[in-house]
Design a protein around this ligand. Structure first.
Ligand SMILES: [Ca+2]
Ligand SMILES: [Ca+2]
Ligand SMILES: [Ca+2]
Ligand SMILES: [Ca+2]
Length: 617
């Protein structure tokens, strides 16, 4: 153990207090810990002894410093019950470690009780750090992953307060507020506090640094922690965030319902559905205009900047595509509506739709096709979300076949296709008195307060604590649109830093990832990967903020997408600066990180794209 901290200047009292605490901690680690650690290499007996440890861990977040609406739902002490402590000898690349499993009882008699199961993995060769592993989808599983143990991290994960083997999908949330609160924000916090207490007990030291690493639902959880629990983590990496849960569920229902609906009322749905070959043609039409555009001078099937693309790929281009494909007016409008996002019949938009450049994944995520058995992946999530998590009072269970638009709901059932974008507003209050039955005019405001993590004043985490917040989102994410994450970042700069981008970038940076799909993968099957934790650790512990991050687009075999790119702190754009001429920029051999720089966006006047697009066809 040899951590040093370099936190820079600290001008506020709260920050000084944090710094003072870290100085003490650093002193303890630098002068006491190494010897102590060598003297006390954990043994199987230490692992087993955790079962009899009496853990009662104070939770300051329950007190007056906590987020306004959460104190009543938290206990002042967290007392985990451990159910097993298992010693695991080293196997393969996984080092020797102790795995502790247990649960925490949450809630109270008034609200109702629930339990959050969790596990903590404690490597014998500990690097002094803790990383909490984010969840995905509706979760309901305690992860058995051994990631990061080979790097010496202690790791933890929870089931978010429900068991998916008993309650598959979102069914855990059927008329059960305590489980919804745990899923919304409480489970991730109480399991973090418990994990830190167990780590302290096992190693005789608290973790020197604590990190969050999560994507999708795990990205939302990271935003939850940044917003509600500024003391939990020194650094948070959050990607492809499901943070605006209520609105994103609306967007997903919207963009799939467009294709499912029986519009002409003959009892048969899919009136405006499009085929996979229509989707492919749409993708190619977008690439023809936007693969090479502005800072993105490389023809690689990746739209470098979908916002720039939206300025040149217009409604008229969709009309032209529709005409060439013989699509109906309804089908053409459906395509436009996917990009436009959910809106009322009067045109008021609730949320942004899919970005340009996501079309390659519509056949899997958005549009019902024979290949996905008329069950696009986002439907599996949101078709059910509106039954169990969207309304204050659940309107009913899904119909037997959610992907069959001809099946009308029976008694006690609610059909996702009946979600009403005029009357079911994301922020509006419930129309009924609060405890009455569901009505078709109910709003999502009640559950929004539990599930969303869209607060953009993050002063306690980013200014007082000087926590580091590494945000990222795949521009080609066809499941959770990327553009609202840019808006979230802009909101943080505005509301936490009074618009001072230089000061903001000391603690929060957003990396938009061209070509990356939802958290992993990318256009036409190429993998997109990089280590989110390494740059975050360097930022937190060495005060080296990431000015660019190298990402690889495949694992060694050079696909048409190439192997290396850099991603940049928004609003800088990755820009090719290697040799040009004779199409050299399109040669995968030149797609190495050293041939890219982060540069300001090159703005082009309307119509300029024709010039930058020269040699296109
Ligand atoms: Ca989990
Ligand atoms: Ca019909
Ligand atoms: Ca490109
Ligand atoms: Ca519910």
């Amino acid at each position: 153990m040899n951590h040093t901290t370099s936190r820079g200047e600290n001008h506020n009292p709260a920050g000084r207090f944090v710094l003072f605490g870290l100085v003490l901690l650093t002193f303890a680690l630098c002068f006491c810990s190494p010897a102590t650690a060598r003297d006390h290499v954990p043994t199987p007996q230490d692992c087993a002894a955790l079962m009899t440890a009496r853990l009662s861990i104070p939770d300051d977040a329950a007190g007056e410093h906590g987020h306004a609406d959460q104190g009543a739902f938290l206990a002042k002490k967290i007392t985990p019950t451990l159910t097993s402590a298992m010693w695991n000898p080293a196997t393969g690349s996984v080092p020797e470690y102790c795995r502790v499993e247990g649960f925490i009882t949450t809630g109270n008699t008034r609200e109702g009780v629930n339990s959050v199961r969790f596990a903590v993995n404690l490597p014998t060769q500990w690097n002094g750090r803790f990383v909490a592993l984010g969840d995905g989808g509706h979760d309901g599983v305690v992860s058995t992953s051994t990631v990061r143990l080979d790097q010496g991290y202690a790791t933890a994960n929870s089931d978010m307060g429900h068991d998916a083997t008993i309650f598959p999908g979102a069914t855990f949330a059927f008329v059960n507020r305590p489980r919804e609160i745990d899923y919304g924000w409480r489970a991730v916090h109480v399991s973090t506090v418990a994990a830190k207490g167990i780590i302290h007990s096992y190693y005789d030291h608290p973790a020197a640094f604590s990190y969050w690493d999560g994507c999708s639902t795990g990205g939302r959880e990271g935003a939850v922690e940044a917003q509600r629990f500024p003391d939990d983590f020194d650094g948070i990496a959050a990607g492809d965030l499901f943070m605006n849960a209520i609105e994103i569920a609306m967007e997903q229902v919207w963009s799939s319902a467009i294709f499912f609906r029986d519009v002409n009322g003959d009892g048969v749905g899919f009136d405006n559905n499009i085929s996979q070959s229509d989707i492919d043609a749409l993708r190619d039409a977008v690439l023809a205009k936007c693969d090479v555009l502005g800072n993105d001078t490389i023809r690689d099937n990746v739209v470098g900047n979908p916002l720039a693309c939206a300025r040149v790929f217009t409604s008229a281009d969709i009309d032209a595509l529709g005409a060439s494909r013989g699509l109906t007016a309804g089908q053409i409008q459906a395509i436009k509506d996917v990009y436009a996002g959910p809106h009322t019949s009067a045109g008021h938009r609730w949320y942004k739709g899919k970005s340009l450049g996501t079309e390659f994944s519509w056949g899997a995520f958005v549009v019902p096709t024979p290949a996905n058995h008329f069950f696009p992946a986002q439907g599996g999530f949101s078709m059910e979300f509106v039954n169990f998590l969207w309304f204050e009072n659940d309107p009913g269970v899904p119909t037997a076949r959610r992907n069959d638009p001809s099946l009308l709901p029976g008694p006690g059932e609610y059909r996702w296709l009946d979600f009403n974008f005029d009357t079911n507003t994301p922020t509006g209050p419930t129309v009924h008195p609060g405890t009455g039955p569901w009505t078709p005019n109910d709003g999502g405001g009640f559950m929004r307060a539990i599930l969303n993590a869209s607060e953009t004043d993050l002063t306690p985490f980013l200014v007082h604590r000087k926590g580091k917040y590494l945000l990222y989102h795949g521009w080609a994410d066809g499941l959770i649109g990327a553009e609202p994450t840019v808006d979230y970042y802009d909101g943080i700069v505005r509301d936490t830093f009074d618009g001072d981008t230089v000061r903001a970038q000391e603690t929060v940076r957003l990396f938009m990832v061209p070509g990356m799909d939802h958290c992993v993968g990318g256009v036409r099957g190429a993998a997109v990967g990089w280590d989110k934790l390494a740059p975050l650790v360097d930022w937190v512990e060495n005060n080296k903020a990431p000015d660019s991050i190298i990402v690889t687009q495949d694992a060694g075999t050079k696909t048409p997408q190439g192997n290396e790119r850099i991603i940049c702190p928004w609003p800088l754009q990755p820009t090719y600066v290697g040799v040009t001429g004779g199409g050299a920029e399109n040669n995968p051999a030149n797609w190495v990180a050293s041939n890219f720089r982060c540069q300001p966006e090159q703005h082009h006047a309307e119509g300029d794209h024709d010039a930058s697009d020269k040699g296109d066809r």
